[in-house]
Design a protein around this ligand. Structure first.
Ligand code: SIN
Length: 179
């Protein structure tokens, strides 16, 4: 079935799409995606930073052994007009398969910012990423709020994400040292 004829499509969210749900959905379920790892390697020119001083947000990086936990939403096709605009800074929609807690699975789409897009920043140490996030802000607010909201949402989902929690720990250390 193509997107234009489908009555609903599953979308997998692994970053702000977990905690900032500014779109209507028919159903929402915790899900996992295989072969991808969540990384703060994407620059943000339009939400948590600016073109001159980008913020850092998450993308998915291919890793055959990885499993990434997030939230899946069943949405009507018209919702993608809003989402494509929201995710326009380097993300493209990719087809993927998601797995639910009850063992069932479905085909759907996920926004991935691939290495090579103009806002891509790439790897850095947890401390460097935390320092970057601590100073960045953009039209959607402080970059640190993106990190803290994502970490809180992942805890709620029961996802033990060492990368996100490591950067959060570094950020807390920096904020404490600054007071
Ligand atoms: C997502 O949440 O699935 C994509 C990345 C983001 O918007 O933070």
């Amino acid at each position: 079935m193509t997107e234009t004829t489908a009555t609903s499509i599953w979308l997998f969210g692994y970053g702000s799409l977990i905690y900032k749900v500014d779109f209507p959905f028919l159903e929402r379920r915790r899900a996992r995606i295989h072969g991808w790892v969540r990384r703060f390697w994407q620059g943000s020119h339009d939400h948590r930073g600016t073109p001159e001083a980008p913020g850092r947000v998450v993308t998915l990086i291919a890793d055959p052994d990885a499993v990434c936990t997030g939230m899946a939403y069943r949405v009507t096709p018209d919702v993608f007009a809003h989402l494509d605009h929201r995710e326009k800074n380097g993300y493209t929609r990719e087809a993927s398969e998601f797995f639910f807690d009850d063992g069932s699975h479905t085909q759907g789409v996920v926004y991935v910012a691939n290495p090579g897009n103009e806002a891509y920043l790439g790897p850095a140490g947890d401390d460097e990423i935390a320092r970057h996030i601590a100073r960045a802000r953009g039209p959607s607010g402080e970059n640190r709020d993106y990190l803290l909201a994502l970490a809180a949402a992942l805890r709620e989902l029961g996802s033990d994400d060492a990368h996100v929690f490591g950067i959060e720990r570094e950020l807390h250390g920096m904020l404490q040292a600054a007071t």
